[in-house]
Write a protein that binds this ligand. Structure first.
Ligand code: SF4
Length: 71
């Protein structure tokens, strides 16, 4: 199994994100990224590749189809 990644342009950083809750490995972590306009920061999620088990559950529940398998 490979690991999964989150497309930053699709992630809305919702505090109710089901991707965070479904991950049994707690691999989904919040991160600050520069906003698209280059002004300030916005909250997104990323997957810690050192923790991800590659189970793929996160990709099934993301309402924005932001999660995809790497490679
Ligand atoms: S593939 Fe599985 S272990 Fe990896 S981030 Fe998604 S839910 Fe968590």
């Amino acid at each position: 199994m490979g690991i999964y990644k989150i497309a930053m342009d699709k992630c809305d950083g919702s505090p109710y994100c089901p991707v965070v809750r479904v991950c049994e490995a707690q691999a989904v972590e919040p991160t600050q990224v520069v906003s698209e306009a280059g002004l300030g920061f916005s909250m997104k999620y990323q997957i810690n590749r050192n923790v991800c088990l590659g189970c793929g559950k996160c990709a099934l529940v993301c309402p924005r189809q932001a999660v995809y398998p790497e490679g």
